[in-house]
Write a protein that binds this ligand. Structure first.
Ligand code: 5AD
Ligand code: SF4
Length: 439
């Protein structure tokens, strides 16, 4: 038997890319590839790229420049670029960096095995189509190896919202939901392999409407169906859009015990003028009212959000409105970004605001968010929490897992095993995690 070829995948960006990278590894396992953790000994390197912000493409070109000399050491090495930069740049990548053998966009991963054979025969391979068929149908997760207790499962891809700053509708394409029957089947397979928590992924996951056995299911209906699976103990979903937050989903947060009390609901700005210019079609007030309804259903829910500062035309008054909204909501986690021009999006045509001002706003918003995060984390001390154990900690006898609120929790003198869900009492808030002891 010949030695297996080695595959190194470097994943950038969102959780959806993490899920896609797993599927690509499985597709190439059938071609005789085994994953390795370093680029140095690989026969195939795949960069699974992100295009959401910054000079993402430039970063990929410099990474490719660093990888290129490896080809002199291993003449069999093939290099591929996948993900949203691949989609956005296409053949340009091979023109600028001839060491690249393969370019594959996010909707074409089911063609990867075929493309691999093509590059092995000495040709290059490019696929950035938006094909009709469902890539996941051809990329079925294989019921083999055991899995970590927490897994991602992509249920929806793409976006029709066209926020004025965002490349997703262009790189991931139109909003598409996977059939619920398939999602449930995949969830069962994951649970058979030891998974106890599933995070349903989609760029607009709460707009989900996938074909079930009898009718299309909403996200809430899908969650209820998944909650019937024995052995699946925790369900999460991300990312949601305020406009798609339907009553049945809020209701599920009230009454579905397996649905974890955590919600990522980005608002982007607290200024109605900016929200309008962002094409968000909700106001700060309608968002706050929505949060009120969600909290009425599930008072302890942990909220998280995304913010962009320095969007074109953002005045100091607009920025102050964002800070006020953050004060009102008080997020357990929030991610803030300096606006970054994305070629081809409507906002890219507008006048940019001064970079020093944007940097200053970013520092202010991050300070406020960090203060809230700390306060909320500290408020956990003394409380009883449930933790899904994910791995051993760095210290002897210590285990690490996540609380229902998604805080990382370190448990000393822990007799529980990976995959167990245990009751703990939080004893201390550290900078990025909680210390706790078994109850
Ligand atoms: N500039 C800065 N941040 C952006 N995001 C999306 N596009 C941009 C951009 N052009 C942020 C949004 C989104 C998160 C995933 O990334 O806040 O919710
Ligand atoms: Fe991008 Fe807006 Fe769609 Fe989110 S809702 S993926 S920010 S266009």
């Amino acid at each position: 038997m010949t030695a297996p070829k080695k595959l190194f995948i470097k994943t950038y960006g969102c959780q959806m890319n993490v899920y896609d990278s797993e599927r690509m590894a499985e597709a190439l396992a059938d071609q005789g590839y085994q994953e390795t953790q370093t680029a140095d000994d690989a026969d195939m390197i795949l960069l699974n790229t992100c295009h959401i912000r910054e000079k993402a493409a430039e970063k990929i070109y410099s990474e490719l420049g660093r990888l290129k000399p490896l080809k002199a050491l291993n003449p069999d090495l093939k290099i591929g670029v996948a993900g949203c930069v691949a989609q956005a740049e296409g053949a340009e990548i091979m023109r600028r960096q001839p060491a690249v053998d393969l370019v594959v966009g996010p909707q074409s991963y089911h063609r990867l095995a075929e493309m691999e054979q093509q590059v092995r025969s000495g040709k290059s391979a490019l696929d950035t189509d938006f094909p009709e068929e469902d890539k996941f149908e051809h990329l079925k997760s294989r019921p083999k190896a055991a899995r970590a207790p927490a897994a991602f499962l992509t249920v929806q891809e793409g976006c029709d919202k066209f926020c004025a700053f965002c490349v997703v509708p262009y790189t991931r394409g139109a909003e598409v939901s996977r059939p619920a029957t398939r999602v449930i089947e995949e969830a069962r397979q994951l649970v058979d392999r030891g998974v106890r928590e599933i995070t349903l992924l989609g760029q607009n996951v709460n707009a989900y409407h996938g074909a079930g056995a009898h009718k299309d299911l909403t996200l809430a209906e899908l969650i209820w169906e998944l909650s019937e699976i024995n052995g699946l103990e925790r369900i999460r979903f991300t990312t949601s859009h305020p406009n798609d937050m339907q009553d049945d989903l809020i209701e599920a947060h009230r009454s579905c015990a397996k649905l974890m009390p955590y919600l990522h609901l980005p608002v982007q700005s607290g200024s109605d003028h900016i929200l309008k210019r962002m094409n968000r079609s909700h106001t700060a007030q309608s968002y706050l009212e929505l949060i009120e309804r969600i909290r009425a259903a599930r008072p302890d829910i942990m909220l998280s959000g995304d913010f962009i500062v320095g969007f074109p035309e953002e005045t100091d008054a607009d920025f102050q409105a964002t800070l006020r909204l953050i004060e009102q909501v008080k997020y357990g986690y929030a991610y803030s970004f300096k606006y970054s021009t994305r070629p081809g999006t409507p906002a890219a045509e507008r006048g940019q605001i001064d970079d020093a001002i944007a940097n200053d706003r970013l520092a202010q918003i991050q300070a406020l968010i960090t203060r809230h995060q700390r306060e909320i984390q500290e408020s956990m001390v003394g409380r009883e929490l449930s933790v899904l154990i994910e791995k051993p900690g760095r210290l002897a006898g210590q285990m690490v897992g996540k609380s229902e609120y998604l805080h990382a929790v370190h448990i000393d003198a822990c007799s529980a095993a990976v995959g167990d869900i245990v009751r703990v009492r939080a004893t201390e808030a550290k900078s990025n995690s909680l210390a706790a002891l078994l109850v």
